[in-house]
Design a binder for this molecule. Sequence first.
Ligand SMILES: Nc1ncnc2c1ncn2[C@@H]1O[C@H](COP(=O)(O)OP(=O)(O)OP(=O)(O)O)[C@@H](O)[C@H]1O
Ligand SMILES: [Mg+2]
Length: 260
Amino acid sequence: MLKLSKLEVVYHHVSTAIQGISFEVKEGNLFAIIGANGAGKTTTLRAISGFLGIDNAKITDGEIKFQGEKIGSLPPHKITRKGIVLVPERNKIFETLSTQENLVIFGGRTLSSKESVDRIYEYFPPLYERKDSLSGFLSGGERQMLAMGQALLCSPKLLLIDELSMGLAPLVINTLVKSLLQMKKDFGLTILVVEQNAVVALNIADYAAVMESGRIVFDGSPEKLLSHEDVREFYLGIRDDKEKTYRDVKQYRRSRRWWG
Ligand SMILES: Nc1ncnc2c1ncn2[C@@H]1O[C@H](COP(=O)(O)OP(=O)(O)OP(=O)(O)O)[C@@H](O)[C@H]1O
Ligand SMILES: [Mg+2]
């Protein structure tokens, strides 16, 4: 459904953030990209959704195809109309409007029916409780639910999510993940999610990739990534080598003695 080939993105004509990445997202799949701060996850999503210009960035090489059609040079509104919808990082909602108004703005423009807004409340019941509250007063989890609800009202075929779980408590993440997977099933959505939280990402993905310094360094099924030593050590914090752990602990104790 989505294919990136040797994509390169440069900020301000000088700084290369994406260094020739290629990957493919299959229809109906949830593809997850994990990576540390500054790896290039957000930039990748901005490139796909057409929002590079706002940050003075440009695609300098490679291409992006959606359902066989090149979309790399299209403006954001045309990309959204094709069915690619972005839930941005630290989601941007209209804080001075109520929850309901935030949804109606999107629903009114695209599906223009009360049922579609009510459907959002079925996926995210906590939003119904807060439907008349100013959205500026919503909790982090509720804001993420609202942003995902808004995205759903734009009738996405491909949903791009920038950091689903950032700053949220495990219980809230669970609720969000459940709703997301239900939405995926009900609407046949294809989803590309980028995450720093590898545990969440690898639990929900059909396929996953690891991004470092603007490159995809490793990809495969979640099982394959979960059994990869570097992924386990750097993204899940699991050390398999007991000898190494023992050496590290001894070194740590020695340094503690040194520092008194
Ligand atoms: N507006 C910008 N102007 C210049 N450079 C930028 C801009 N936004 C991002 N970058 C640079 O591009 C690179 C990739 O950043 P990006 O935000 O895509 O990473 P990320 O993986 O989303 O990180 P995080 O996990 O912190 O959100 C970084 O080196 C960053 O400094
Ligand atoms: Mg980011």
